[in-house]
Write a protein that binds this ligand. Sequence first.
Ligand code: SIN
Length: 277
Amino acid sequence: MNIRRLTDHTGAEAVGIDLTRPVTPEAKAALNRAFVEYSVLVVRDQTLNPQQVLNAVELFGSVFHQHNTRFAIPACPQIHYISNQDRFPDGSRYIPGEGWHTDHSNDTKPPKATVLHAVTLPDRGGDTQFANMAAAYAALPATTRDRIANLMAIHVYQSSHSSRKLIGLSDANKERVPNAVLHPIVRTHPENGRKSIFINPIRIEGIVGLDHREALPLLDELLEHATREEFQYRHEWRPGDLVMWDNRCLLHKANGDYDMEQTRYLYRVMLQGDVPR
Ligand code: SIN
């Protein structure tokens, strides 16, 4: 197996490993190190069914139970799917993940990682963009770092301030998903110790102690800074890619910029994380 960096701040690709076969302890440790160091880990040339995806991700942690079970694959419900073929109740097309976000931050312990495995890709487009929140934090002016140091944000399933709408939860799902949780706006990565901006435009309803007139422009300012191109890695999908990213220190977004007559379908699974601190 070879692991190569994809940019100087985010992303590495592993080639020469088959995740359907037993992985040595050394290879497992190298993959985990690369994930923590580079935040996006791309394992090339895999052909995995849902059960094999599940086995592969257990190299990195335990499965997190996703909030909206509507997207679960019946034969293997811990694996969900991402597809451009789903529709909102009004018939309009639903492109999951459009708009910058980090996954399930409305959980008390948001998933440390999300993993996608490409099953069917459009001929072109449909890239996933990532923005490195640790690099963005390091580049903040000291005055902004001081201003946000102790702020706590209120995360909900669907922020009323977000123009991007999610498909709603069933009543059963609503019962097990917290109504609202508080997380720091600056969090420290539990494995590499780096500080990151931890925001999420689709989930943050407000900031504790700040009026919306102050909180919303601050969140906009942080988002604009953090998603500057210099902090980004843009993943152009190749058949066989398994891509895993670190939700503790990245924002990501899907792009619905391709021919919608073509199917984009990927398996999706998340891994358990910690309480952000
Ligand atoms: C997601 O936000 O989890 C999906 C990203 C993608 O489809 O590229």
